[in-house]
Design a protein around this ligand. Structure first.
Ligand code: ZN
Length: 304
């Protein structure tokens, strides 16, 4: 049984003048629905404003929630904030938070949206409005759910917003493995950054992931991991610069599950770009299923 968090507000019509391809979250929901009884569904409450404001500038939070975002910030985000997009932006961090609470209980849970790792303190950026990873992480440590938390970001782009928003919080560690020459041009400093050269393939990627993540997990000893499971390291991705195969992505999730054995994992979606929205949704669903099944196998093996 895999616990999945979804909110109807995740599925919004594309606002006008959007360069972002909408519809991915509805396709992810549909593909997971096809899994039938293997999925337990949960609907989150929107993230309360006061928790959004722990990570973001209150003025920016108010601009988004009123769907009244200045043009310069709209350009940075990549799509206009309509009332529907604002409702989605508040629901997604609530979903990542609920996935984390469910992971603490069941070992693994996934949000069908989120991983908005480029959102910064006073603006969104790169198709990200609120940083659900940072917002959820800050709430989880401040309310005492966990004392030590690790955000593992395997999206092809650096988790710059997440690193910036959680800097100076010793309870939250951040790991980002990404294509060095990709967006954002100006990188932030994660607890551990692993920049990769263009074109790296499965074996070198997986060897680097294991060599760098394993010691960080041993050092941080996280009680919970928030996973940004972007599928844009895939060779066919429009915005990636790496060359992972589909089987390489599957091996990535199995490796992460084994390196984090015994640590609850809450998975978010992250990036994945191209013309075939259904194929991209399939890759995101495979991340959720591969992680979920690997973790269920590990828990059965140790009798948890
Ligand atoms: Zn990305």
């Amino acid at each position: 049984m895999i616990h999945v968090v979804h909110h109807p507000a995740y599925v919004t019509a594309a606002p006008a003048r959007s360069t972002y391809r909408w519809g991915k979250n509805g396709l992810i929901r549909d593909l997971l629905r096809a899994e039938g009884a293997g999925i337990a569904w949960h609907e989150p409450a929107p993230m309360p404003v006061r928790w959004l404001e722990q990570a973001h500038d209150p003025d920016y939070v108010a601009e988004v929630l009123a769907a009244d975002v200045p043009a310069a910030k709209t350009r940075r985000i990549g799509f206009p904030i309509t009332p529907e997009v604002a409702a989605r932006a508040a629901a997604v961090p609530g979903g990542t938070y609920l996935a984390a609470r469910l992971a603490m209980e069941h070992g693994f849970a996934a949000n069908t949206a989120g991983g908005s790792h480029h959102a910064l303190h006073d603006t969104g950026a790169g198709y990200c409005v609120f940083n659900d990873l940072a917002v959820a992480a800050i709430r989880l440590v401040e309310e005492g759910t966990v004392a030590r938390l690790l955000i593992v970001d395997v999206d092809v782009h650096q988790g710059d917003g997440t690193a910036a928003l959680t800097a100076g919080r010793p309870e939250i560690a951040t790991y980002s493995i990404h294509a060095e020459k990709n967006f954002p041009a100006r990188k932030a400093r994660s607890t551990l950054d692993v920049p990769l050269a263009d074109g790296i393939g499965d074996d070198a990627y997986l060897e680097t992931l294991e060599r760098t993540l394993a010691p960080l997990v041993a050092e941080v000893r996280p009680q919970l991991v928030l996973y940004q499971g972007g599928v844009d390291p895939y060779a066919g991705d429009r915005l990636g610069r790496l060359s992972l195969s589909l089987s390489g992505l599957a091996r990535r999730e199995r490796l992460v599950a084994s390196l984090l054995a015994g640590v609850p994992i809450a998975c978010t979606v992250g990036g994945g770009y191209g013309d075939d929205a259904l194929a991209i949704a399939r890759r995101h669903v495979d991340v959720i299923l591969n992680l979920g099944h690997s973790i269920a196998g590990t828990r059965e093996a140790v009798g948890a």
